[in-house]
Design a protein around this ligand. Structure first.
Ligand SMILES: Nc1ncnc2c1ncn2[C@@H]1O[C@H](COP(=O)(O)OP(=O)(O)OP(=O)(O)O)[C@@H](O)[C@H]1O
Ligand SMILES: [Mg+2]
Length: 489
């Protein structure tokens, strides 16, 4: 997606913004910064490139004309906001102002561009610039980096440290995924994109009934935990821990672990690897089925979508198969790595390991130890962001579609390609963020055994002319959602 051409900037003078109404729809003095504040205009920055096109904003690399600092400018999308400033941006700013940690992206300032009769004014969040994001860096259509075990430990430890800090401060991120984990050439990883984050009241602090119901329409589908898929509206920090488990599995497997296209299919994919959860204490003695392999989740049958678990085709998946999945894919990772994956991917959110406990897990204290940040590689051949990989995949898919169109009418593969892409976009999805990121299956890259240093793997072969667009990467984005971003009840 390319940005609409911007109106030439106003002369650079601070714009006085004083907003009395600090509720929904107010602009950024509402961010707890006190009364009126002076905001610079965006023409204080020289734009260098387009690096991100998210659901809630376009992101540009830019240089501060005053001090030469390179930054990321995130333009807040206003088009669906007849009511005023988008609530997602208000949340993002308020939460980022509360959080200061080396593994959380640093919000430097907010700048404006003034509107006129033809153009609406815009708000930009100015962030420290990070050269890469984890998806862009590791994607076969991006940086093609395969991380070694000590490198995976280094980045994953930083993810958990950032998450632990959020959770300690009673913030749920609710969109942990590779493209929201930014990486720089100093070996640092920082959690970004707090557009879906929100404060929450931990169970021990508030009476149960005072806990507000939250929307379950959050977290990109592939990283969404089973409790949200099953429809719960009462959840906690464990949702982020599940997403982190998906990230660790992905780093070890070199492909996303659960690649569903719709909610029910996503749950099925989870169950096929983690097992069908049972509500009652598992029997201790059952020939051929070790008790500790049965996923036990008290209360699972009272969740709104629990019928999905009764699907006949899931009956056979009685036990957890996480370790087998890695073995079958040809990976021979140490037992502690797979144990941590299994603890993060515990179906029962109450039994799932927390970020704090995960940091104490043997994974981080056994050989090979996590690399120090200063010893991490610099990826100097380019800047790798998800947008770049996405564009490449879209180009490939476009080429595939063009080839399909050139085939004689009625070609079976041509119509399959169409069906595949419709399938990926359809299914009554209900959330812009989710829909946008629901991806078609990417064929797994050839497995390698861990331990090697970061290396570029050879690029995947170009798709054969008859390949379905879906096989090359993400499906084409669906039409924009009605009603904007989800909000909590
Ligand atoms: N500080 C930054 N430095 C470098 N790149 C960044 C920075 N912030 C964001 N990006 C890039 O822009 C992309 C989109 O940013 P962000 O996730 O904040 O926006 P979003 O609209 O919420 O996106 P999405 O809906 O895709 O999650 C990121 O995935 C990343 O590649
Ligand atoms: Mg994002």
């Amino acid at each position: 997606m390319s940005a609409a051409p911007e109106k030439p900037p106003e002369p650079s003078k601070p714009a006085k913004v004083a907003v009395k109404n600090e509720g929904k729809g107010a602009i950024p003095t509402a961010m707890g910064m006190g009364g009126g504040i002076n905001l610079r205009t965006v023409d204080a920055f020289e734009r260098l490139g387009h690096i991100g096109a998210g659901t809630f904003g376009e992101v540009y690399q830019a240089r501060d004309k005053v001090n030469g600092r390179v930054v990321a400018l995130k333009k807040v999308k206003m088009e669906h906001e007849s009511e005023g400033f988008p609530i997602t941006a208000i949340r993002e700013i308020m939460i980022l102002k509360r959080l200061t940690h080396k593994n959380i992206i640093n919000l430097l300032e907010i700048v404006t561009s003034k509107g006129d009769v033809k153009h609406k004014g815009s708000i930009y969040l100015v962030f420290e610039y990070m050269e890469h994001d984890l998806t862009g860096l590791t994607d076969p259509a991006g940086g093609q980096i395969r991380l070694s075990l000590p490198q995976i430990k280094c980045y994953f430890k930083q993810l958990l440290e950032g998450m632990h800090y959020c959770h300690k401060n009673n913030i749920l991120h609710r969109d942990i995924k590779g493209s929201n984990l930014l990486i720089n050439n100093r070996g640092e990883l920082k959690i970004a994109d707090f557009g879906l984050a929100r404060p929450y009241v931990p169970a021990e602090k508030g009476a149960k009934e005072s806990r507000r119901l939250l929307t379950n329409r959050v977290i990109t589908l592939w990283y969404r935990p089973p409790e949200l898929l099953l429809g719960t509206q009462s959840y906690d920090t464990a949702v982020d821990c599940w997403s982190a488990g998906c990230i660790l599995a992905e780093l070890l497997l070199h492909r996303p672990l659960f690649q569903g296209r719709r909610e029910q299919e996503q749950l099925e994919r989870i169950v096929k690897i983690c097992g069908v959860p049972i509500d009652k204490e598992p029997p201790t003695e059952k020939p051929g089925v070790p008790a500790d392999m049965r996923p036990y989740w008290p209360g699972v049958h009272s969740l709104p979508n629990q019928e999905w678990l009764k699907d006949k085709k899931l009956e056979m998946y009685k036990t957890t198969r996480i370790k087998e999945t890695f073995k079958q894919a040809g990976f021979n990772w140490p037992a502690d790595a797979l144990e941590l994956v299994a603890k993060l991917l515990c179906l029962d959110p109450k039994g799932r390991i927390s970020a704090a406990k995960a940091l104490d897990h043997d994974f981080f204290w056994s050989d090979p130890l996590p690399l120090k940040e200063a010893a991490m590689p610099q990826y100097t051949q380019g800047h790798y962001h998800e947008l770049m990989s996405k564009k490449r995949k879209q180009d490939e898919a476009g080429r595939g579609a063009a080839n399909a169109a050139n085939r004689p009418a009625g070609s079976a593969q041509g119509s399959q390609a169409q069906a595949g892409s419709q399938n990926g976009n359809g299914g009554g999805l209900d959330n812009a963020k989710r829909i946008k990121d629901e991806k078609a299956a990417i064929p797994p890259p050839p497995p390698t055994i861990g331990g090697a240093s970061a290396q570029r793997v050879p690029p995947p072969p170009p798709p054969p002319p008859t390949q379905q667009p879906a096989a090359g990467g993400r499906v084409a984005p669906p039409p924009p959602p009605q009603g904007g971003a989800p909000t909590d009840k």
